[in-house]
Design a protein around this ligand. Structure first.
Ligand SMILES: [Zn+2]
Length: 261
């Protein structure tokens, strides 16, 4: 039994197909899915999906790429959405310096930092944990913003692609990492080293679908059922049976998202 801890089921790629996607996931042993909001509108759709389907839970947040378009009242609107019992985390939020424009880069950075911080405050207020997106050269800035929240919330660094040393830094702060299908790619030796190294109870698995299909489906549209391929690869890297990885990552996700309460 696996949990896909990071899917974007509200994206147009899945329109009209949610029941079939859930059924294929269940057949692959992926019985629960966290669908992740990336903007206010996307978060609203995520909550609606979670309220309609028992297998789906929602995380609500504003992705750093949406930070500059976010309306002034966006955080208040998120706060209202967070009242739904189907909301199990805040995010995805964080920093992304990868797609930063050449002009106005400082203003974009400031907008990302401000809405990231606002979502961390909201998470503390609602006693929810946080899903962090960090991409590009923003590692130091992400840690600087997160550090004052030490002990007040836990975060998962989703789609983790760093070294075991970077993973250790995250774990020492009390946070988690999670692996996407990239861990199955030939050109991902650092991520594979981290997957082999990370202690049980400190990591989860995810798809980030519709993106990042694992091998042998790389390049195709990804969906939650493929969490199993990622878990199988992680199991082989760790020299553990799939069942052990499934039990450990499910228990970690149940605890992090408080699904079992
Ligand atoms: Zn995502």
């Amino acid at each position: 039994m696996l949990i896909d801890t990071h899917a974007h089921l509200d994206f147009p790629e899945f329109e009209g197909e949610i029941d079939a996607v859930i059924a294929r996931a269940a057949q692959a042993g992926v019985t629960r899915i966290i669908t992740i909001g990336t903007s206010l509108e996307s978060s609203r759709r995520a909550v609606a999906l979670a309220e309609r389907h028992p297998a789906i839970y929602a995380a609500i947040g504003i992705h750093p790429d949406a930070a500059t378009q976010a309306q002034p009242g966006a955080l208040d609107a998120l706060r209202e959405l967070a009242a739904s019992p189907r909301v199990v985390a805040i995010g995805e939020t964080g920093l992304d310096y990868y797609r930063r424009p050449e002009t106005g880069a400082e203003a974009v950075k400031a907008a990302q930092a401000s809405i990231f911080q606002g979502q961390l405050d909201l998470a503390v207020e609602r006693s929810l944990n946080v899903i962090i997106h960090q991409r590009g050269d923003c590692w130091e800035d992400t840690l600087a913003i997160l550090t004052p929240y030490h002990g007040k919330l836990r975060a998962v660094f989703h789609c983790f692609g760093g070294t075991p040393e970077a993973a250790a830094t995250i774990l020492e702060m009390g946070h988690l990492i999670s692996f996407t299908g990239i861990v199955t790619f030939k050109n991902a030796p650092l991520m594979q080293a981290s997957a082999a190294w990370v202690p049980d109870g400190s990591y989860m698995v995810e798809t980030d679908c519709p993106y990042l299909s694992p091998v042998p489906l790389r390049g195709k549209r990804c969906e939650p059922a493929y969490t199993r391929l990622t878990a199988e690869k992680v199991a082989s890297l760790r020299n553990q049976p799939l069942e052990t990885v499934a039990q450990n990552t499910t228990a970690t996700a149940e605890d992090f998202f408080r699904l079992a309460l």
